[in-house]
Design a protein around this ligand. Sequence first.
Ligand code: HEM
Length: 219
Amino acid sequence: MTTRVGDWFDERLGWRGVWEAIFLRKIPKVNWLFTLGSATLFVATTQIVTGILLTIYYVPTPDHAYDSVQFITTQVPAGWFIRGLHHYGASAMVVLAALHMLRVIFMGAYKFPREMTWFTGVVLLVITVGFGFTGYLLPWDQKAFWATTVGTQIAGAAPGVGDWVLRIMRGGEELSAITLARFFGVHVWVLPAALILLLAIHMYLVIRIGISAPPKKEE
Ligand code: HEM
């Protein structure tokens, strides 16, 4: 029955070819270090799911942001768990992406023909750090407020464009409701869109080129 349904869809969508290319492709014998990219991908997926769930209750205004986060943590069923997953997942994603990058460096996997995989990876790392920076402000507590004050000040110290960058980030001279709205917009729309696009290219390249295995002694 399931095969017939599968065949019906395959005749119309050709999904079996895609499935085979992604999940049944041949890969060389590799070790556990090669799972770091997939581990990062897994955490990125849970971040998207838990992030979407958090937006159901989170309110991105100075009057309500702090209270809405407290409400999620203490009143919403399993809210503490979803928030916890998102909170620790953010750190886990940075650590895993960095370890994945180290594996790529030490095994020389960035070399021809994988330069574009490396390049999209670098952008993915910047996006991941951007998620951390913008997300940190959202609870709108003292720690969030002052960390972002300092963070934007550091960006403001850049020669030439610093002042302009600081005002773009804050939406004015000081941290305000505009800063919170801006960080929220970037955190839930701009960065996820960029992440999904870059991930699609990164994964397409990994599948197209095939995973690199460390050369054997005789090679
Ligand atoms: C959001 C972050 C990232 C995700 C989800 C991700 C995901 C993956 C996955 C699943 C693979 C295949 C399995 C593996 O090699 O572990 C891979 C391969 C690769 N990634 Fe990433 N990656 C990310 C960030 C990066 C970064 C920061 C770099 C380097 C700057 C990078 C460069 C590469 C390269 C060169 C390969 C090919 C490795 C090979 O063929 O041996 N990636 N990535």
